[in-house]
Write a protein that binds this ligand. Structure first.
Ligand SMILES: Nc1ncnc2c1ncn2[C@@H]1O[C@H](COP(=O)(O)OP(=O)(O)OP(=O)(O)O)[C@@H](O)[C@H]1O
Ligand SMILES: [Mg+2]
Length: 321
């Protein structure tokens, strides 16, 4: 069997501590195969975005492992994670605002700029991506001077500019009318079909979920079988709840690729293309100036001692102790 593009083992995410503790994910075992299109569905607050952020390496788990192409990611540095995200992932999130002062082309080619691709090639690839989405004539527009559906197409152009292996989409059509939604969906599934890009989509839209090759249902931070979802999401405690066909059989078997890997450590998600703002949970894109500043900071010798843990992950137990 080929190695799944993404694989999780017993993924747990706990926000806060003490009285404010909230267990958002309670042990997720999941395998996502190359070229799959996976819908993550569930009620508001069930943990969909949290799971997506962990899969996309935007945030670290409290316990458990996310492996990319068979390689556990727990012990990667912030810089390695940023490079990995920038090269392997594309993001179609509503929170990903386009940078208003910049042109459509500049917005689309930002991941290439961060990756150090020369200007002429950036322009060539940027225009090609925009053409693919029938947005070539808007390349020099300011990103703000576009309709909602056009902005979403620019976000998709930016998501595919780096030939990602996975595109993560969180409610990609949430703010769009049904005709525009259909266009955006067709583009995403076209990329999946024609380029083999794996799609991971969080959605409340049942039609969109049905178009995916597989759906997983989250209830209170757990993956539940279809029948339980239909019965109102009553989760049977114990192994039965974890025995969903959607979950990874291999992850329960002995000899997972990350046997012996360390528990998740607090993660410094402080740079690169995309980061999760720890207080609000918003996903922000960093400008090149931000990235350069972070790169400079990364040249500084590592801090040691009790304040060395990342201030960006205060919700993780032990992060700032
Ligand atoms: N930074 C945070 N601090 C504390 N609790 C959080 C944080 N982020 C999310 N949560 C809580 O974790 C739970 C899961 O949140 P998540 O955003 O994953 O839900 P969701 O399934 O994506 O919901 P929606 O459909 O409304 O987007 C919610 O109860 C939420 O309040
Ligand atoms: Mg969400």
């Amino acid at each position: 069997m080929t190695v799944p593009v993404l694989e999780t083992e017993n993924l747990v995410k706990i926000y806060g501590r003490g009285e404010t503790r909230f267990d958002a994910l309670k042990g997720i075992n999941l395998e996502i195969g190359k070229g799959e299109s996976l819908a993550i569905v569930g009620k508001s607050g069930s943990g969909k975005s949290t799971l997506m952020h962990l899969l996309a390496l935007l945030d670290g788990p409290t316990h458990g492992v996310v492996a990319l192409e068979g390689r556990p990611t727990n012990d990667l540095s912030a810089k390695e994670l940023n490079e990995l995200r920038n090269s392997a992932f594309g993001f179609v999130f509503q929170q990903f605002f386009l940078t208003p002062g910049q042109t459509v082309l500049e917005n689309v080619t930002l991941p290439l700029k961060i990756a150090g691709v020369p200007a002429a090639e950036r322009k060539r690839r940027g225009l090609a991506a925009l053409e693919q989405l029938e947005m070539g004539d808007k390349a020099q527009n300011k990103a703000t001077d576009l309709s909602g559906g056009q902005k979403q197409r620019v976000v998709i152009a930016r998501a595919l500019i780096n030939d990602p292996s996975v595109i993560f989409a969180d409610e990609p059509t949430g703010n769009l009318d049904s005709a525009t939604s259909r266009v955006v969906e067709d583009i995403l599934f076209g990329l999946n079909r024609d380029k083999g890009i794996t799609l991971v989509v969080v959605t409340h839209d049942e039609d969109l979920a049905r178009r995916c090759s597989r759906q997983i249902h989250l209830v209170d931070g757990r993956i539940v079988p279809e029948a339980e979802k239909a019965a109102g999401g009553v989760v049977v405690p114990g192994p039965a709840a974890a025995d969903d066909a959607a979950q990874a059989p291999a992850a329960q078997a002995a000899g997972t690729p990350w046997d012996g890997a360390p528990e998740a450590a607090p993660r410094e998600d402080t740079g690169g293309l995309t980061v999760k703002e720890p207080r609000t949970g918003a996903i922000v894109m960093l400008s090149e100036a931000d990235v350069a500043e972070i790169a400079r900071a990364a040249q500084q010798p590592p801090r040691t001692g009790k304040h060395s843990a990342s201030p960006s992950t205060p919700e993780q137990p032990g992060a700032t102790a």
